[in-house]
Design a protein around this ligand. Sequence first.
Ligand code: SF4
Length: 91
Amino acid sequence: MRATTFLRLKLREAAFISKALLSTNHVVLAHIIPMRRCNLACGYCNEYDHDSKPVPLELMKQRLDKLAELGTSVVTISGGELHAGSNQAPE
Ligand code: SF4
């Protein structure tokens, strides 16, 4: 990794941590699981099942808008496989 890239990443990390410490009225990190359905069963994963219905796309958009409204710094997405038995393709 180039020194300038490393420095830029460290500055970004410091800004993220500073914002998290200085502003306690915003969400720092939100982890969303829009779908738990998955055809696989990886040993390290507990984010899947064969029964849960996916969160409807419009509801998920509303939730993401709310996270944006709350000033969420980081949103991570995980869960099952988006294409496992669903006709709800990501946009
Ligand atoms: S969601 Fe991903 S990690 Fe989990 S069982 Fe399915 S393929 Fe594996």
